[in-house]
Design a protein around this ligand. Structure first.
Ligand code: ZN
Length: 250
């Protein structure tokens, strides 16, 4: 399947190609995936990126924000032919298991991107000025590979934040020191940047029927797309039930 870059979280800003290929995994590919996917979150993220790159090398030129969505999309189209997903979450307040069918068209929204932010910015961090840019996968991997080797930082969000700063390539230690040692408003700045350049998919709000029984308050539980990816394949059979015509016993 071809996904138009204009339909990605970045809106396709700055891309020289109109689409990328993403196909549902076959049974063999799922078995292979489940057998080989690393459990360590950093290795798993790299593995997911490689799975996409194997199908379409243009992934290397896609922004990280778009690839995060495409990782989700590939799993969604694998488990569901109509791009819907049966969600099952536990209400943090009352423990009720809430089931809801969500669909890509209706329930998954991107925060609107402002093309102005795609050209990067000048930021002040720890008293020094730095330039930010929106990393594509090939830029991100240069940063990521360092952390995969040295394991100084184990948090993907933090590594992605470091990757936003252009000077990392020349002055890696300085940038790392400024990000990891950030205090007060510098922390706010870094969180805002991370939100701006990565977390482009809005949380899905699901109503808890138990907590909302007394009409005084409607209790909404927010579900992030990231959290959905984790258990995706376990949900495969849930999401693709077979009907009576599929098996006819003799
Ligand atoms: Zn509840």
């Amino acid at each position: 399947m071809e996904i138009l870059t204009s339909q990605l979280p970045s809106g396709g800003y700055g891309y020289t190609f109109p689409s990328v290929s993403i196909s549902p995994m076959t049974f063999m590919e799922i078995c292979d995936y489940l057998e080989n996917v690393p459990s360590d979150p950093l290795d798993k993220y790299l593995y997911d990126i490689k799975v996409l790159c194997n199908e379409d090398s243009k992934i290397m030129d896609c922004y990280v924000m778009d690839v995060d969505f495409l990782i989700f999309y590939k799993k969604l189209c694998t488990i569901s032919g109509d791009l819907s997903y049966n969600l099952s979450i536990t209400c943090p307040d009352c423990g009720t298991v809430i089931k809801k069918k969500i669909s890509l068209d209706k329930d998954i929204h991107f925060k609107q991107i402002d093309p102005k932010i795609m050209d990067g910015a000048i930021i002040e961090l720890g008293g020094e000025k730095f330039e930010t840019f929106v990393p594509r996968i090939r830029d991100f991997l240069k940063v990521f590979e360092k952390y995969l080797v040295y394991r100084k930082v184990e948090d993907i969000g933090l590594i992605k934040t470091i990757a936003l700063i252009k000077e990392f390539e020349r002055e890696g230690n300085l940038v790392e020191e400024k990000v990891l040692g950030a205090t007060h408003e510098d922390i706010t700045l870094l969180l805002a940047l991370k939100d701006l350049y990565y977390d482009r998919v809005e949380n899905i709000n699901v109503l808890c029927p138990e907590c909302s029984k007394n009409q005084e308050r409607r209790k909404l539980v927010a579900v992030s797309v990231d959290s959905l990816i984790v258990d995706f394949f376990r949900e495969l059979c849930n999401n693709s039930p077979i009907n009576a015509t599929k098996i006819l016993f003799k």
